[in-house]
Design a protein around this ligand. Structure first.
Ligand SMILES: NC(=O)c1ccc[n+]([C@@H]2O[C@H](COP(=O)([O-])OP(=O)(O)OC[C@H]3O[C@@H](n4cnc5c(N)ncnc54)[C@H](O)[C@@H]3O)[C@@H](O)[C@H]2O)c1
Length: 328
């Protein structure tokens, strides 16, 4: 079973739940470790084994690694709210960095050497060149981005010194849903689920932060990558990890859409007018964040299926219509 058992941290969260679903569909045995701080018990696929616990709990990890033949860890668990990270850096650094190191140490102690890690486009800060390549300067502008970037560095050192094999994915904006699993954060800070609250009659309008950027309609441009495409990349990483040289890959669609374009697409798909309120720009929001994912395409053979905004928004709308009260 060793080749087939994967520990998914954060598997009760948005991206982790979708990746778990895909792993199970491909015949893997999945153990989800999640403290349910922001995740949902019902987002854990019924065929996955669920452990309610913390990634930094060494005795729990010891029992987990001793009792199971775990081949690899896919590490999604993290605190992810950018604004909270700046007011509570201690919590972000403790969770995303220190507890992550405990996880790595437990892996080493029990002979598990493979890890796929969820990093973020926030490691780049304000970009100089778009589309952003992995070789772009890194300059995280908040404690969240820093915590992820520092863990990337830890992985390099653990790779060089102890033979840990890692694949780091820097996601741009994860979006979209599968039939059963979707995006549900509290508080929600991501654009698409916030927009969809209006046609779902859970909000009266959507805020646009800045409409005077130097872009085609004045609103920020972002790269939305479907969560199923992200999950697929993780499967490819697992398959290739032993032969790869601890790489870092961007995961993005390669096409950017403005906030107004996302709203217009949501209006068209939900058949509902979505009122907007223009607010001042938020500090630290770059005008354009679009990924070059050529490296993942070339080295991993990753080929995203959802490249158009309509299909991403459609999948999200369908899930939210079915889950108006979330997972309850
Ligand atoms: N959603 C995005 O657009 C996006 C973009 C870039 C990077 N990421 C990264 O992808 C990963 C998943 O993001 P998401 O949107 O699914 O977030 P999420 O909040 O939905 O999921 C994170 C999960 O981790 C769990 N968790 C947090 N700390 C834990 C701990 N110490 N021990 C055990 N479980 C813990 C939470 O309960 C939650 O279920 C995160 O690492 C995030 O930084 C996400």
């Amino acid at each position: 079973m060793r080749d087939k058992t994967i520990l998914v941290t954060g598997g009760a969260g948005y991206i982790g739940s979708v990746c778990t679903e895909l792993l199970l569909a491909r015949g893997y045995h999945v153990i989800v470790l999640d403290n349910l701080k922001t995740g949902h018990r019902k987002a854990v696929h019924p065929k996955a084994e669920f452990i309610n616990g913390n990634i930094g709990n060494k005795s729990l990890l010891g029992r987990l690694f001793n009792g199971n033949s775990i081949r690899a860890v896919i590490h999604f668990a993290a605190e992810t709210l950018v604004t909270a990270a700046n007011t509570q850096p201690q919590s972000y650094l403790a969770n995303n960095l220190v507890q992550g190191i405990h996880l790595l140490d437990s892996m080493l102690k029990h002979g598990c050497r493979q890890i796929v890690f969820s990093s973020t486009a926030a490691v780049y800060g304000e970009p100089n060149d778009v589309p952003i390549k992995e070789t772009h300067n890194t300059n995280p502008l908040n404690a969240y981005g820093d915590s992820k970037f520092m863990f990337e560095k830890v992985l390099k050192h653990y790779g060089n010194a102890y033979g840990i094999k890692s694949v780091v994915f820097r996601y741009f904006n994860a979006a979209g849903c599968t039939k059963h699993y979707g995006e549900l954060h509290n508080p929600e800070t991501h654009l698409l689920p916030l927009i969809l609250r209006v046609p779902l009659r859970q909000s009266d309008y959507i805020n646009i932060f800045g409409d005077d950027y130097d872009t085609r309609d004045g609103t920020c441009i972002r790269d939305y990558v479907h969560v199923s495409d992200i999950a697929n990349a993780h499967l490819l990483a697992l398959e290739g990890i032993e032969d790869l040289n601890n790489p870092t890959y961007n995961l993005g669609n390669g096409t950017g859409f403005t906030v107004k374009e996302v709203i217009a697409t949501a209006e068209q798909i939900s058949q509902c007018t979505i009122p907007v309120r223009i607010q001042p720009r938020r500090p630290g929001d770059p005008a354009v964040l679009v990924a070059s994912s050529d490296k993942a395409r070339e080295q991993l053979g990753w080929n995203p299926n959802y490249t158009d905004l309509e299909s991403i928004v459609e999948s999200s709308w369908a899930w939210h219509l079915r889950h108006k009260d979330g997972y309850d």
